[in-house]
Design a protein around this ligand. Sequence first.
Ligand code: ADP
Ligand code: MG
Length: 483
Amino acid sequence: MENDIALPDCTRLFIGGHWEEPAVAASYTNENPALRKGLCEVAIAGEKDVDRAVKAAHAGLASKEWAGLPAADRGRLLWKVGQIIRERAKELATLESLDTGKLYVEALYGDIENAAGAFEYYGGWSNKITGQVLPVPPRFLDYTRREAVGVVGAIIPWNFPLMMAAMKIAPALAMGNAVILKPAEQTPLTAVVLARILEEVGLPKGILSVLTGFGDTGKAMVAHPGIDNITFTGSTAVGKAIMRGCADTLKRVSLELGGKSPNIVFEDADIKRAVRGVTTGIYYNQGQMCTAGSRVLVHESIHNQFMDAFLAAVKEIETGSPFDKTSRMGSLVSKEQFDRVSSYVELGQKEGATLALGGTPGGSEGYFFRPTVFTDVQPHHRIAQEEIFGPVVATSTFKTEEEVLAVANNVSYGLAAGMWTNDLARAHRMAHALKAGTVWVNTYNAMWRESPFGGYKQSGHGREGGQDGAELYTEVKNICISI
Ligand code: ADP
Ligand code: MG
């Protein structure tokens, strides 16, 4: 199937409802990481293109076509986008898999399904976010409106390209904003198709622009005074740069950044279930997930039993072609990621942890990497503190609840945490004490667009998903009338 799919034309930028060449001609070659082969040429948007997109967005917002559209009609339009994504799911999953190296089946049932769901879900919210009438003295009428912020700049990463685009574009459009989307340089394909779909359903001109390019394109968006709000998902380092950049124009900013999430196995856990959850918790999407359960903390009394079962499960994970039904893990996204993961494996060994499994390339062709397990990891080791963003897990043991809580919280991140226990009181006690935006009990990576998602500490600001994810793209206006 992967051979008879047509790639979208990525040599043009979608600006103001038209497919434009970059103002200053520039392009790069996008790669299929599973084959280490060029896929297509992609336009690089520069400052002038960002400026054109901003002007088009403001013109679009000023036109009756968008501002005058009843909220329910915006919702209907978004719902249609969801439907088209469903109709074209196999094609989109193929493109996503070619571009990222992820398994086709995971793209189909994970990424694409969730992207369609995001448009449907936020389509539903378009006419359900309301203001309030406030109990001020009776000679006044005082009420609030939730208004669109204006122009939203969305900068996204490469690990779930279409889904990330959908989780930002859908709520922002539902609330009546205009969006300028910058996909990650590694994975532009589905963003370009998405622009075509929004064009097809009749989104007014300028309300969405898609600018492909590198970090500099994102930087130009952050710097542009005509963008009101930046919504970013990506690395903590870039998130910090973006927050600094937003200070100059005091843009609103939401950041969904890295993680180093603990996955804790207590002595009373259902070991079989825990093994399954810990395994997919770290290796899903080749470990390239901000929520990856990359620190596994096991109670000493069940350590041997758990580790035997866990290592046996990991040994069964075959890396291989993303389109091969027998593959359980695809390719990493790029040489950069491959080198990064390799260097952390080297570092872990130098730090004194034991490399129990993996640590080597998972094939000769693409950027495949075997699922890797470290044991005897100390909490201060860099492989237990820093985000690797690959299929590498740091395991260690603990004796008491207080001890494991302290270790779990003692990192700069706070995105997610998991625990496996049948003790109800402990589950709640721990869930309240863990400094993380999401806590999973006897499950892992169970993420729903209905639920708020985001981080404590250096994992970011703001919540996507659910009602919070819609309100993220609104300003509250207070109106007071003397009557
Ligand atoms: P990763 O480490 O996962 O590749 P990054 O944080 O580097 O993630 O990139 C995420 C997104 O941010 C990409 O679209 C990338 O092009 C963009 N980006 C990188 N550097 C900057 C920057 N300085 N300002 C704005 N966007 C940037
Ligand atoms: Mg690619």
